[in-house]
Design a protein around this ligand. Structure first.
Ligand code: DER
Length: 224
C-alpha cells in the first residue's frame, strides 16, 4: 500500500505542471494510471487539455477518465509528456518498455517540449541494465535479429503473454534482453538501433527533463 501510494504521489506531483490549453503526452504503466485518474478529475473541474496516448491501453483509460484526445494529424506540438520508467539512473537516462509500449512512448516523449518521468524510489539505479532491456523487432526474421543481438552478450527472450507471442500496438514482437549493468547505454542503444529488424530499444538517453520520485510518502523532484 505504501509503495502504491508513492507512485500515486509522484504522478500527482507531475500533474501540477499541466496547464490550461496544453497538449499532453500520456504515458503508460501503473504509475501513469494515477496520472490519468488525476487529469480526469482536473478535466472535470474545467482544465482544458488534449492528450496523446502512448498506448492503446492508455487511450482506453484516458477515454474512461474523460480526457479529450488528439493525435499527430491534428497537432504538431506536445507541450508536456508524463511517463513512467522501469529504471532511472543518476543522469535521468531511462530503461523503459516493461509494459510493451516503448515505441509510441519514445515517439511522444521525444516530441515533447518537456518530459517528466514519474516513479517510486524502487526505479532509481546506479547503472541501467539489471532489468531486461525490451527491444521491439519486426516479426519477419525475428530469429535472425535475436541472433544478432545475442552476439552482444544478451540472452534475448521473445516476450509471451499467456503462452502466446506478445504483439505490440504496432504489430511487432518484443525481445527482452538481459545485458546486465550497462557501462555505456547510449552506445549500446546506437549499436542495437542500427541492426536490421530492430524497430526501437527501451533505452531513453538524454530525453528526461525532470523526474518526480515518490518515497515514504514524500516526492523528490530531480532535474531542472
Ligand atoms: O513500459 C514502460 O516503460 C512503462 O512506463 C512502465 O514500465 C512503467 O512501470 P510502472 O508500471 O511501474 O509505472
Amino acid at each position: 500500500s505504501v509503495k502504491g501510494n508513492d507512485k500515486k504521489l509522484a504522478a500527482e506531483a507531475a500533474t501540477d505542471y499541466v496547464k490550461d490549453g496544453m497538449t499532453v503526452g500520456l504515458g503508460s504503466g501503473s504509475t501513469a494510471e494515477w496520472m490519468l485518474k488525476r487529469l480526469g478529475a482536473l478535466v472535470k473541474d474545467g482544465l482544458n487539455i488534449k492528450g496523446i496516448p502512448t498506448s492503446v491501453k492508455t487511450e482506453s483509460l484516458a477515454r474512461k477518465h474523460g480526457i479529450p484526445l488528439t493525435d499527430f494529424s491534428k497537432t504538431a506540438t506536445v507541450d508536456l509528456a508524463i511517463d513512467g520508467a522501469d529504471e532511472i539512473d543518476g543522469q535521468l537516462n531511462l530503461l523503459k518498455g516493461g509494459g510493451g509500449s516503448l515505441v509510441r512512448e519514445k515517439i511522444i516523449d521525444a516530441a515533447a517540449e518537456k518530459l517528466i518521468i514519474i516513479a517510486d524510489q524502487s526505479k532509481m539505479v546506479q547503472q541501467l541494465g539489471s532489468f531486461p532491456l525490451p527491444i521491439e523487432v519486426v516479426p519477419f526474421g525475428w530469429e535472425m535479429t535475436k541472433k544478432q543481438i545475442a552476439a552482444y552478450g544478451a540472452e534475448p527472450k521473445l516476450r509471451k503473454e499467456e503462452n502466446r507471442v506478445f504483439v505490440s500496438d504496432n504489430g511487432n514482437y518484443i525481445l527482452d534482453c538481459s545485458f546486465g549493468k550497462m557501462v555505456n547505454p547510449e552506445s549500446l542503444h546506437d549499436t542495437l538501433k542500427s541492426m536490421a529488424g530492430v524497430v526501437e530499444t527501451g533505452l531513453f538517453i538524454g530525453m528526461t527533463d525532470q523526474a518526480m520520485i515518490g518515497q515514504n510518502g514524500k516526492v523528490e523532484m530531480i532535474g531542472d
